[in-house]
Design a protein around this ligand. Structure first.
Ligand code: NAD
Length: 253
């Protein structure tokens, strides 16, 4: 496997789902992992799992929509581990299954705040730190297949993930010469608590989704963790500003 021995890696939204799988994978690969989430119990549990497996982890409670909390998250990372090599900005929410004209302002504000503002604030403070240190750094943002193509009944979510893709491309161009690579992963349908909540609302949909996927299954959180790790590694040294679909071929249809 890829080694992250001695590297400091931050994962947001790491109390569950994709973020937890990624935090555990980075921990197994030898990284010092900073686990960030609003969920204190889940975040502590992820950090404890890493430590029990023989790795190093620090949990920091952080709401990525608050500028001061994100600034404090990066400050704590650097005061504890000395630097920040890689960041996986993965915290995100998905709430609507509504035609665009039925959504309301509060829903719009919630989704945009976490998915777009949260990703921007994380990148802002991560990049400031990466510019200060020797060797630059690597950032991976979690977008979605809904950041590449339309997502009926999820117009606001799709808009938020297209925004993540646009920010990723722009930041990659702005900071390439400074030694900072920035990419996004675009998960398809991944078997996480987020998807389980969505499927509960539509019984019978899970089999249909599996049948519609070219590979014939849902993705696992580990599929996205593997892609994020690879993008963070030196194997992807010449890749920046890219959106990597990890979707079993869904976006190829
Ligand atoms: P999840 O709900 O299982 O986990 C998301 C985590 O983010 C939770 O632990 C939650 O507490 C945390 N979080 C939410 N708001 C936060 C905030 N303001 N500050 C800090 N942490 C916050 O979801 P998941 O499926 O693991 O999703 C992770 C990412 O992957 C999200 O960005 C999501 O949009 C994206 N994604 C998921 C799928 C899928 O099918 N599961 C598909 C495409 C994209």
């Amino acid at each position: 496997g890829i080694s992250f021995a001695g590297k400091v890696v931050l994962v947001t939204g790491a109390a569950g789902g994709i973020g937890r799988a990624a935090a555990l994978a980075f921990g197994r690969a030898g990284a010092c992992v900073v686990v960030a989430d609003t969920s204190v119990d889940g975040g502590h549990a992820t950090a404890a799992m890493i430590v029990e497996a023989g790795g190093k982890a620090l949990f920091v409670a952080c709401n990525v929509t608050r500028d001061a909390e994100v600034e404090a998250l990066i400050d704590k990372t650097v005061s504890y581990y000395g630097r920040l090599d890689c960041a996986f900005n993965n915290a995100g929410i998905e709430e609507e299954y509504l035609p665009l004209a039925e959504a309301d302002e509060a829903l719009y504000d919630r989704i945009m705040s976490v998915n777009v503002k949260g990703t921007w604030l994380c990148m802002k403070y991560e990049i400031r730190q990466m510019l200060k240190q020797e060797g630059g750094g690597v950032i991976v943002n979690t977008a979605s297949v809904a950041g590449l193509v339309g997502a009926p009944t999820q117009a606001i979510y799709a808009a938020s993930k297209h925004a993540v893709v646009g920010m990723t491309k722009t930041a990659a161009v702005e900071y390439g010469r400074a030694g900072i690579r920035i990419n996004s992963v675009c998960p398809g349908l991944i078997d996480t608590p987020l998807l389980a909540r969505a499927l509960k609302r539509e019984p019978g949909r899970e089999q249909k989704l599996k049948d519609a996927n070219p590979i014939g299954r849902l993705g696992q959180a580990g599929d996205i963790a593997d892609a994020a790790m690879w993008l963070c590694s030196s194997h992807a040294a010449f890749i920046t500003g890219h959106q990597l679909a990890v979707d079993g071929g869904l976006s190829a249809i």
